[in-house]
Design a protein around this ligand. Structure first.
Ligand SMILES: [Zn+2]
Length: 394
C-alpha cells in the first residue's frame, strides 16, 4: 500500500545513510564471530552496485589477478565477477557473510567507515593524493596473494595463509584501516618528492597507520563494550587493543603495548614506528585513567604511577577498585574511553597539515601532535614522547 507522502519520506530516509555489516575483528577471533551493523554516512542513493560511489569502487576479478606491482596502476580491466547488489531497500546488509560478494561489500564498508571517522577528526573531506589521475580509489576485493597493500589509486586485498587456512584480508578490518591510514596521510601531507636521507616519513606513516587502525577499531560500540567487560575496566591488562595487527601482512606483529624507546630501535620503518605507537597508546590509557578518576571510578593515586612500571601489589589494588566501580557504573568507563580516544585522534589529525613529507622527523611529528592537542592531552603526549626518547625531556 502506498500512502501519500511516501516518496518524500523515502527520499528523506535515503539521506540518513546506508547500512552495512562490519566485523570489528576478523571472525576467527573468539568473541568476534558476529559482525556489527553500522550506518555509514553516505546516502543510499549515492551508492551503486559493486559497491561503488563517486570516490570509491570495488572490483572482484573473475580469474587470478596478479597483484599490482611497480608501475602498474588501475583500473583493473580484466574479467570481473558480477558486482554486489544492495537489497530492495538499497541497504547493503542483505548479503550472507559466507557469500563471495560479501567480501566486496565488507571491504567497501571498512574503507568508508574509516573515512567517516578521520574526516570527522580532520574536519574536511579527504581528497585522494592521486585524485588528479584517478578520481576514484579502486578496491580489489580478493587476489590470491599473501599480502595487502595500498598504492597510487588502489587498495588490493589478498589473504593470509596460516597453516593452510586462508583468510581473506577483505574481512580484516585492522588491515584495511591500516592501509587506508597510509592513504589518508599521503592525501593530507602530499607525496614526498625528494625526501632527505634521514627523513622519518615512512616510519611515521607506519606509526600513523597503526594508530588509525587502533583508534578506528575503538569506534565500534561493541568492541569497546567487549574490551571493557573482558578487562573489567582495567586497560593495563592484556586486551584486544594490542592484537590489532596480528595477521598483518607486514611481517611483524606490531604491538601497541610495547615498551620500546628510540635508542632500542633499528632504521627499519616498522621497528622505528614502535615507540611512537607506544606513546600514543600510553596516552590514551593515561587519559582514560584521568577521566575515570574525575568520574570517581578509580583511585586518584593511579595518576601518580608510571603505568609502565607498576608493582604487582599496586596493580592488584587498582584492578580491584576499577573492577568494583565497573560493576556499578560501566557507562562512565565507556565515556572515559571514548573521550580519551577522541582527544588523541583529534590531535593526530590536527597535526597532519603541518607536516612536510620530505623533511619529516619523528620529533617534529611528535611536537606537531602535542601542539594540536590541549590541556591534559598535550601534557601526557609530551611526557610519553619524552619517555620514548622521541623528543628530549623539557
Ligand atoms: Zn603499513
Amino acid at each position: 500500500m502506498r500512502l501519500p507522502g511516501d516518496d518524500a519520506l523515502g527520499s528523506a530516509n535515503a539521506r540518513l545513510g546506508t547500512r552495512f555489516w562490519i566485523y570489528p575483528q576478523p571472525p576467527f577471533i573468539p568473541g568476534y564471530e558476529q559482525p556489527d551493523r553500522v550506518w555509514l554516512s553516505i546516502p543510499r542513493d549515492e551508492i551503486g552496485e559493486g559497491p561503488s560511489d563517486l570516490t570509491v569502487y570495488v572490483v572482484d576479478p573473475l580469474v587470478d589477478k596478479q597483484p599490482y606491482g611497480f608501475n602498474q596502476f588501475p583500473p583493473f580491466d580484466g574479467a570481473k565477477r558480477l558486482p554486489a547488489m544492495p537489497g530492495p531497500d538499497r541497504h547493503f546488509d542483505n548479503l550472507s557473510p559466507n557469500s563471495r560478494a560479501f567480501l566486496s561489500v565488507h571491504a567497501y564498508a571498512c574503507v568508508r567507515f574509516v573515512l567517516d571517522i578521520w574526516q570527522s577528526y580532520l574536519g574536511h573531506p579527504i581528497r585522494w593524493f592521486f585524485a588528479q589521475t584517478f578520481p576514484r580509489l579502486e578496491i580489489i576485493a580478493f587476489v590470491n596473494w599473501d599480502n595487502a597493500h595500498a598504492g597510487y589509486g588502489f587498495l588490493e586485498l589478498g589473504c593470509s595463509d596460516v597453516e593452510g587456512i586462508r583468510r581473506p584480508y577483505a574481512l580484516n578490518f585492522d588491515t584495511i584501516a591500516h592501509e587506508i591510514g597510509h592513504i589518508i596521510l599521503l592525501s593530507e601531507t602530499g607525496i614526498p618528492t625528494a625526501p632527505l636521507r634521514d627523513s622519518d616519513f615512512f616510519a611515521f606513516s607506519e606509526a600513523f597507520s597503526d594508530v588509525v587502525s587502533l583508534i578506528s577499531f575503538l569506534q565500534f560500540d561493541s568492541a569497546i563494550d567487549r574490551l571493557l567487560r573482558r578487562t573489567r575496566g582495567n586497560l593495563l591488562l592484556y586486551n584486544e587493543l594490542n592484537r590489532f595487527a596480528e595477521t598483518s601482512p607486514e611481517t611483524q606483529i606490531r604491538l601497541a603495548t610495547n615498551f620500546r624507546r628510540m635508542s632500542e630501535t633499528t632504521r627499519e620503518v616498522h621497528d622505528r614506528a614502535l615507540p611512537f605507537i607506544g606513546a600514543i597508546f600510553d596516552t590514551i590509557v593515561e587519559l582514560y585513567h584521568r577521566e575515570l578518576v574525575e568520574r570517581d571510578c578509580a583511585d586518584t593515586r593511579l595518576l601518580d604511577f608510571d603505568i609502565r612500571d607498576l608493582e604487582q601489589d599496586e596493580f592488584d589494588r587498582f584492578r580491584q577498585m576499577t573492577a568494583a566501580a565497573f560493576q556499578v557504573k560501566p557507562m562512565f568507563f565507556r565515556l572515559a574511553l571514548t573521550a580519551a580516544r577522541d582527544a588523541v585522534g583529534q590531535a593526530l589529525a590536527g597535526a597532519l597539515p603541518t607536516l612536510d613529507p620530505d623533511t619529516l622527523r619523528l620529533d617534529q611529528a611528535a611536537n606537531a601532535v602535542i601542539s594540536a592537542a590541549s590541556g591534559a592531552t598535550a601534557e601526557l603526549l609530551e611526557a610519553n614522547f619524552a619517555w620514548r626518547e622521541i623528543i628530549s625531556q623539557r
